[in-house]
Design a protein around this ligand. Structure first.
Ligand SMILES: NC(=O)c1ccc[n+]([C@@H]2O[C@H](COP(=O)([O-])OP(=O)(O)OC[C@H]3O[C@@H](n4cnc5c(N)ncnc54)[C@H](OP(=O)(O)O)[C@@H]3O)[C@@H](O)[C@H]2O)c1
Length: 243
């Protein structure tokens, strides 16, 4: 059944893929952005335009993020969402396990979303984020890799699951992870090979509970390896179409 869906964060890494994926499935989709052309305009920090954007939507997929303002911006959004509208929040695997301040705030947001009857999909790191880490950490003649693993996931796979949730009923809390758990060293070596670069790589280890949380795999969900697109498939696609 066709749904009227509002996507916050429509211009973001996920939103850019999610909006067309929902349209391809026949839904009537509006994307929210502060200023990008072709979208409904609204600012979750000031609240301007938010009631109008939310009005009439069956489902609101909340994929906007404004860093340390996310608790306030999500509260602003929730004030406009009625009980008969389905709010789906995009969170991150391990927000309850890795004590990063951004994760902690997302975990608190999750509690608010759950109390309001919304759905939560926690994803692992998107391929694009791991790619950005690989690029930055291997820029110099001596490259670094964090001494832990990732389970990168494709935004197309996450978009597909979000669409299913939007079409179905409430999902209280679900993890959605990439197809493989791989050491960052292994992922970075593949990145260098496909980029045609050679670098010696040394491990990066940091003290503290945050790094420890990643090292312990708090951000991984090996039993929820539902993504289909591998790291190498992503890199090959990106090399062919860098945009
Ligand atoms: N990146 C990852 O690896 C990853 C992994 C798992 C889960 N997640 C989660 O997935 C969600 C989407 O992440 P992403 O990487 O796609 O985000 P992103 O690329 O950083 O995009 C952020 C989006 O938020 C919008 N936004 C920011 N401030 C806003 C405001 N005040 N009012 C309205 N819109 C605002 C931006 O729209 P405009 O600039 O056009 O206004 C933009 O579309 C986030 O909740 C993130 O925590 C991300």
């Amino acid at each position: 059944m066709t749904k009227s869906i509002l996507v916050t964060g429509a211009t973001g890494t996920l939103g850019r893929v999610l909006v067309p994926a929902l349209r391809d499935r026949g839904h009537d989709v509006r994307g929210l952005s502060r200023s990008a052309p072709g979208h409904v305009h609204g600012d979750l920090r000031t609240g301007a335009g938010i009631p109008e954007a939310v009005d009439g939507a069956d489902v609101i997929i909340h994929a906007a993020t404004d860093g340390r303002h996310d608790e306030a911006t999500t509260s602003t959004l929730l004030r406009s969402v009625r009980d008969d509208q389905h709010l789906v929040y995009v969170s991150i695997v391990g927000v309850d396990r890795v004590p990063l301040p951004y994760y902690r705030s997302k975990y608190r947001i999750e509690q608010t979303i759950r109390a309001s009857g919304g759905s939560i999909l926690r994803a692992t790191q998107f391929h694009g984020l791991v790619h950005a880490f690989a690029r930055v950490l291997t820029k110099a003649p001596l490259g670094f890799y964090p001494a832990f693993a990732f389970q990168p996931v494709d935004t197309g796979d996450v978009a597909r699951r979000l669409a299913e949730i939007a079409e179905g009923g409430r999902v209280e809390l679900e993890d959605f992870a990439g197809p493989e758990v791989r050491s960052a060293r292994d992922l970075f070596e593949s990145y260098l090979r496909i980029a045609g670069k050679r670098r010696p790589l040394v491990p990066l280890r940091l003290p503290g509970k945050i790094f420890g949380g990643y090292r312990a795999g708090g951000h991984l969900a090996p039993d929820r390896a539902l993504g289909t697109v591998t790291w190498e498939a992503f890199l090959t696609r990106r090399a062919a179409d860098p945009a």
